[in-house]
Design a binder for this molecule. Structure first.
Ligand code: PLP
Length: 448
């Protein structure tokens, strides 16, 4: 500990950087009095280190985005080279990396998805998708689902279903919510929920531009629909002249053991959004790729959209190097293999811990949902907790794991497991051993 990091008169053991940050920088999605950032100083592979020298195994790839781990040198080099060659050119110019990344995305995405609009976040990828769907169909409503997150700006938060939408309401007009394929916690069977969307589209008349879903729901609980769900949803959407948008911001780029979540179900959407794993989080990059039909529409109709940083040279250089890294290192296949092993190990945890209500997921995209009364599936964390102060038993479990050296994210009532795809079986064993100890916290908090 340096002098600057010594506890101050009030006994605050924060580092100087933590104190400065706390004073001058807003924390996200938080009551500011509860914000307490940890200073990190380095990262390598699947681990990162804080300013006190503690090392953590990163079981959530930071915000479910560091798919390449923290040592993807080829991506770091591509960023440095592009910054030196020409850090920025206006979107009217192009660079080799931008054109080649566009070509690459057309190749790795399914079906006839072919032309990409580049932005700088998942939120912006969704904004572009909403606007393109509206411009293409001439209709304005977007049907999305309650247990979903699609972004923070007014359009993307309006189509988000999770509680973070509520303080932003009223949002954009025409954002309608449907039920989710949530077998463990919903009263509707997943396939009933998809037929409900058919009825919604019928009742809305010819006004819905798109149905927008995460093929496998991410932060709202890792919800994997039955195999028939996504194909049926596409059929329903097209029966009503409505586009299907798949939000692959979290489920894309190998996370599921396939390139994209919709590949798990063999479905090609009309529009797909990406970010996070697209650059392995090495640079802020989002993308919206559309089918030939949608692309063709904008030949003679204006694409009324753009940003200063659309296709920013440094971000697309990172994206190209990242996609090449997934390919070169066979990371998608590796994620499938280690993902199966992770799934087996989590099933074992569920057997040993009565507070584990459900484990679910595919590949390296897994959730552990907790319960305080297993027979009635009573959750520890509720949707309203997302907007309130204080901690829940779920937070106490993740805190316990953190103190034992494993960083794992959680949302409402579910631990979200989405490590870098480079994780090995022995890293998984290490993480599961820590979760085994941390879950004693929720076991002890159960009710009779
Ligand atoms: C499925 C999904 N869509 C969109 C977003 C928004 O992405 P960003 O935070 O990069 O704006 C997220 C972020 O977590 C997400 O998980």
């Amino acid at each position: 500990m340096s002098d600057a990091d010594a506890p101050d008169a009030e006994g605050d053991a924060s580092t100087e950087i933590e104190r400065l940050d706390r004073e001058y920088v807003f924390g996200t999605w938080s009551y500011q009095k509860e914000v307490s950032p940890t200073e990190v100083t380095g990262a390598e592979g699947v681990r990162f280190t804080d300013a006190r020298g503690n090392e953590y195994l990163d079981l959530s790839g930071q915000l479910m985005c560091s798919n390449l781990g923290h040592s993807a040198d080829a991506v770091a080099d591509a960023i440095a080279e592009q910054a030196q060659e020409g850090a920025y050119f206006a979107p009217g110019f192009t660079t080799e990396a931008r054109a080649r990344l566009g070509e690459k995305l057309a190749a790795v995405t399914p079906g006839d998805l072919s032309k990409t609009f580049f932005s700088t976040s998942g939120t912006e990828a969704i904004e572009a998708a909403i606007k393109m769907a509206r411009l293409y169909t001439g209709k304005h409503k977007i049907v999305s689902r309650y247990r979903s997150y699609h972004g923070a700006t007014y359009g993307s938060i309006s189509v988000t279903g999770d509680p973070r939408r509520l303080p932003a309401e009223p949002g954009i007009p025409g954002a309608i919510k449907a039920p989710d394929p949530y077998d463990y916690g919903s009263t509707l069977d997943p396939m009933e929920s998809v037929e409900y969307i058919d009825e919604m589209l019928m009742l809305e008349g010819d006004t819905v531009a798109a149905v927008l879903v995460e093929p496998i729901v991410g932060s709202n609980g890792i919800l994997v629909p039955p195999d028939d769900y996504l194909p049926r949803l596409k059929e329903i959407a097209h029966d009503h002249d409505t586009l299907l948008i798949c939000d692959e911001v979290m489920s894309g780029f190998g996370r599921t053991g396939e390139w994209f979540g919709c590949d798990v179900f063999d479905v090609t959407p009309d529009i797909m959004t990406m970010a996070k794993g697209l650059s392995g989080a090495y640079a802020p990059l989002g993308a919206t790729i559309v089918s030939d039909d949608v692309a063709e529409h904008f030949e003679d109709n204006m694409l009324v959209h753009g940003h200063t940083y659309a296709g920013h040279p440094v971000t697309v250089a990172a994206g190209l190097a990242a996609v090449e890294t997934y390919e070169r290192e066979n990371l998608v296949e590796h994620a499938g293999e280690v993902g199966d092993y992770l799934g087996t190990r989590l099933d074992e945890l569920a057997e040993d811990h009565p507070s584990v209500g459900d484990v679910r997921g595919v590949g390296l995209f897994r959730g552990i949902e907790l319960t305080k009364r297993a027979d009635e599936r009573v959750p520890f964390g509720h949707r309203e907790d997302k907007l309130s102060t204080g901690t829940t038993v779920v937070d106490e479990v993740t805190q316990d794991a953190y103190e034992r050296g494993v960083y794992v994210a959680s949302m409402i009532n579910t631990l979200i497991i989405a490590p870098p795809l480079t994780i090995t079986e022995s890293d998984v064993d290490e993480a599961v051993a820590v979760l085994d100890e941390a879950l004693a916290v929720s076991d002890e908090a159960m009710e009779e």
